[in-house]
Design a protein around this ligand. Structure first.
Ligand SMILES: [Zn+2]
Length: 317
């Protein structure tokens, strides 16, 4: 089969490799789509130390079951599925553990069925432990933020505020049910939020952008004893403007990242149910698709975010 192997910075090579064999608890999946994850950009840019190359990555897989291991009874050849996995997705086929395979309804396209990010956002929203009638802000409404807005809406919150510097993202956020959208390049978002919350700040701020600016902004708009939910992916050091302020404000700091596989399974299962039930809409979020041989272009797009870009997906016909 064909696979895209990452040899170094901006150096994916399409290679002919052996189709993976499966053990008794695995299925072989014909990969129809694999999302390009923001967390992979650093690997592609080779900016993180300690990673070995060449690397065989790609973890947001959807496709069709091609073969099942001896112990598998819940899946059949031909089933349309989404998969949570930790790599080997940029290929024509992948061997995956059946425990992390989720069936897809016929009307859900493969490119929309990105199990890993949907699992992450679902767990992030659940871990925040929000209550009805609270006001929540998301700082950074790219792909992950736009899924989270929809999930937060399902929770019956009082107000959802979307903050981003890209107008197209705010337009989408509004369409996907944000109550208020703010662009800090065009207005004083901090002041606007104080206005909306009687001077107090939001009950919970989700830091989604994964950079220093979004982290510090999330702290600045959260009320005393409110929840500061760090959801963004932060590889490496970050400078906090004023930890004394974080102390004084008595923030409840939630690290919305997950490593326990049982938790990952639970969040992904719930998220995939929401997708199958059409409670979350991934269609407007999958904006750029590429063939496997165009994977360098896909990463370029994910890195530079051309106008209208939300998410790149590798699609195998
Ligand atoms: Zn991912």
């Amino acid at each position: 089969m064909k696979a895209a192997i990452l040899y170094g910075a901006h150096d994916f090579r399409i290679e002919e490799i052996e189709t993976p064999s499966i053990n008794d608890d695995q299925c072989l999946v014909d990969v129809k789509a694999c999302g390009v994850c923001h967390s992979e950009i650093h690997q592609w840019e080779k900016t993180l130390d300690g990673l070995e190359y060449p690397r065989f990555i790609g973890h947001e897989i959807a496709g069709i079951i091609k073969a099942t291991g001896k112990n598998i009874s819940e899946f059949n050849v031909g089933d349309r599925v989404a998969v949570w996995t930790d790599g080997t997705g940029y290929a024509e086929q992948a061997a995956v553990d059946s425990r992390f395979i989720f069936k897809l309804n016929d009307e859900i396209s493969f490119a929309e069925a990105l199990a890993e990010p949907i699992g992450c956002t679902t767990n992030g929203v659940l871990k925040a432990g929000l209550e009805l009638d609270q006001t929540v802000a998301l700082v950074g409404t790219g792909f992950m933020g736009l899924i989270m807005i929809q999930e937060l809406k399902l929770m019956g919150l009082k107000k959802i505020i979307a903050i981003d510097v890209r107008k197209e993202m705010l337009d989408l956020a509004e369409k996907l049910s944000a109550d208020v959208v703010l662009n800090p390049l065009k207005e004083d978002a901090n002041a606007a939020i104080k206005n909306l919350t009687n001077g107090k700040g939001v009950d919970a701020a989700f830091e989604v952008g994964g950079n220093e600016k979004t982290l510090n902004m999330a702290a600045n708009i959260t009320r005393m004893e409110g929840k500061l939910v760090i959801f963004g992916f932060h590889p490496g050091a970050r400078k906090i403007d004023d930890l004394g302020y974080w102390n004084w404000m008595a923030f409840d700091i939630v690290n919305a990242h997950f490593r326990n596989v049982d938790t990952i399974y639970k969040g992904t299962k719930i998220g995939m149910n929401l997708l199958n039930d059409r409670k979350i809409n991934m269609k407007p979020l999958v904006t750029h698709s590429f063939e496997l041989k165009e994977i360098e272009k896909a990463f370029e797009a994910a890195n530079t975010k051309p106008e209208g870009f939300v998410k790149a997906v590798i699609v195998n016909e």
